[in-house]
Write a new protein. Structure first.
Length: 544
């Protein structure tokens, strides 16, 4: 006997009972994202890490003065001596450029891990997947806190090479690793073993040759492996879970809840902003390695607590939460032109924002110093140091409006549609990137940093919503994971473009203009995608 369908009153009562759970999931989502979003505060690491990782950089005149004073530390073996102040600035920029790639690697690891983590989330649910992320992110910072321990260098090297092997195996599985193909082709059957052996041999060889013998390079590679690769993998595992869960709980407000879910991520960098209360003040008082340890523990505990509040809705028992038609698997998604248009759009928006986020503290400080010099102010070393600290305020402004933009752009897109929201956001960002280099006062830097953050935050409300619109919510974890790979690649290219522009021209202006042009192109892609989607919907309605 077929059971009778639930009555309208039963469905309404069930939905009412689930309302507290929905908001419990929302609270857990914001808590998880708040901690993950501290990745956008990485720019405060570069100066203290530079002082710890590299020898002191002095000019020949400064070294001569130290020698004249009888200072023992003036020995050239304990410092890097350059010709003049211009050479000193270039050397410092080069050193910090190496450190900044920890941020790029973190973003790339974050994005690539999401491809795998999204599939895990779709199968195992948000709670277990986010807890894995908590463990990885916490471990990344806690291991980095031991960077002065020689044993840690070898462990980090082993982890790095092991991760390379894991990524290679994941790519093989995604592209060629089906069991049927492996059974039919003996060569494919043994490719995984060959990958493992190759990575192991390469890892042992490079470890014996280089680890522990390269001075600052050792610490750079370890930072890349820990706060870069490992912490990024943790963010990738935890990030997609709140978004996927909330879109399932609130299917009619995708843009808004996506924005709310990731608003915490945008606001997370604000935790790093405070000079007296916050990460910046703690680093000044206790050192960067002590901060890494504390932050690692906070990541582990707080993300785990947030993950315990996450769950998927009981779809089978709740008709109002059933999935919409049109759900596609990630393999089918990769065959659709709409995916590639969405990917290129995300790349442009992410590159513009990440380029600025990766340099904002140092860039803002440099701009304030340049503005003061242009105004004829006499700058002593204490005044320069104070201006650089004031530049850190830009991190806070960007973080706050990053969070605000995620909510408002999501709400706007629910009201006016995804296409108009995309076009407005990209055009707004293009204009801001063009004028960014002209900001050299505290007020102007605060304004442009806020606008960049506001528009950048919109990406993380609009793109998961658009992914759910185009490819369905059922497999959102895996589908959005693939879309999100553009974010990782944008992080690497954006930081590299900024570093190259700064090294060649002494300014970030050329890189900012490149980002602006890409945003303009993406505005056109958004219009084309909207027209193609409407045409496809009309054809489906006619066919129906």
């Amino acid at each position: 006997m077929t059971p009778a369908p639930p009555s309208a009153s039963t469905t309404q009562d069930s939905d009412t009972a689930l309302i507290p759970i929905r908001f419990q999931v929302l609270i857990g989502a914001v808590l998880v994202q708040l901690i993950l979003g501290t990745v956008y505060g990485y720019s405060i690491f570069w100066q203290p890490l530079d002082a710890m990782v590299f020898p002191q950089v002095v000019t020949q005149a400064e070294q001569a003065a130290l020698i004249a004073q009888g200072a023992q530390e003036a020995d050239a073996a304990g410092m890097t001596v350059v010709a003049d102040q211009a050479a000193r600035d270039m050397q410092l920029a080069t050193q910090q450029g190496y450190l900044k790639y920890a941020f790029s690697i973190c973003i790339l690891s974050f994005a690539l891990t999401m491809v795998f983590a999204g599939r895990v989330q779709d199968v195992r649910g948000p709670r277990q997947t986010a807890i894995i992320g908590a463990c990885l992110m916490g471990a990344g910072f806690m291991v980095a806190s031991l960077m002065n321990n020689s044993v840690v260098f070898f462990l980090a090297h082993a982890m790095l090479t092991g991760t390379v092997g894991l990524i290679a195996l994941m790519i093989f599985d995604a592209l060629l690793g089906s069991r049927e193909k492996a059974r039919d082709n003996p060569m494919l059957r043994y490719v995984p073993q060959a990958i493992v052996i190759t990575v192991a041999v390469a890892g042992i060889t490079t470890g014996q040759q280089f680890v522990g013998r390269l001075g600052p390079v050792d610490r750079i590679f370890m930072l890349w492996a820990t706060v870069g690769l490992l912490a990024g993998a943790g963010i990738g595992f935890a990030y997609v879970c709140p978004i996927a869960a909330l879109i399932k709980w609130f299917p009619n407000q995708k843009g808004l809840v996506s924005g709310l879910a990731v608003a915490g991520f945008g606001f997370g960098a604000y935790l790093f902003k405070g000079r007296y209360v916050g990460a910046l003040g703690y680093i000044e008082d206790n050192g960067i390695t002590s901060f890494f340890l504390v932050h690692g523990v906070v990541c582990l505990v707080a993300v785990t607590l947030g993950a315990m509040l996450l769950r998927n809705p009981p779809i089978a028992d709740t008709p109002s939460l059933t999935q919409a038609s049109g759900d596609t698997t990630w393999r089918d998604t990769l065959k659709k032109p709409a995916f590639y248009m969405l990917w290129l759009m995300f790349f442009s928006g992410a590159m513009a924002g990440l380029m600025v986020i990766g340099i904002i503290k140092v860039f803002a400080g440099d701009q304030l110093v340049a503005g003061a010099q242009a105004a004829g102010q006499v700058l002593t070393d204490p005044i320069k140091a104070d201006l650089m600290l004031r530049g850190a305020e830009a991190v806070g402004y960007l973080a706050i409006f990053n969070a605000v933009g995620r909510v408002l752009w999501g709400l706007i897109s629910d009201r006016i549609g995804r296409t108009p929201a995309f076009v407005a956001m990209f055009l707004f960002q293009a204009v801001t990137m063009c004028v960014l280099s002209q900001a050299d006062t505290e007020m102007s830097i605060a304004v442009v940093a806020s606008i960049v953050g506001f528009n950048f935050g919109g990406n993380f409300a609009l793109f998961p919503s658009a992914t759910a619109d185009l490819f369905g919510a059922k497999n959102l974890g895996a589908n959005y994971g693939w879309v999100f790979t553009s974010y990782g690649i944008a992080g690497v290219i954006g930081i590299a473009a900024g570093n190259v522009a700064k090294a060649l021209t002494g300014s970030y202006f050329a890189a900012f203009v490149l980002a602006a042009v890409l945003c303009l192109i993406s505005a056109g892609l958004a219009i084309a995608l909207g027209r193609a989607t409407r045409s496809a919907q009309r054809l489906e309605s006619v066919g129906a």
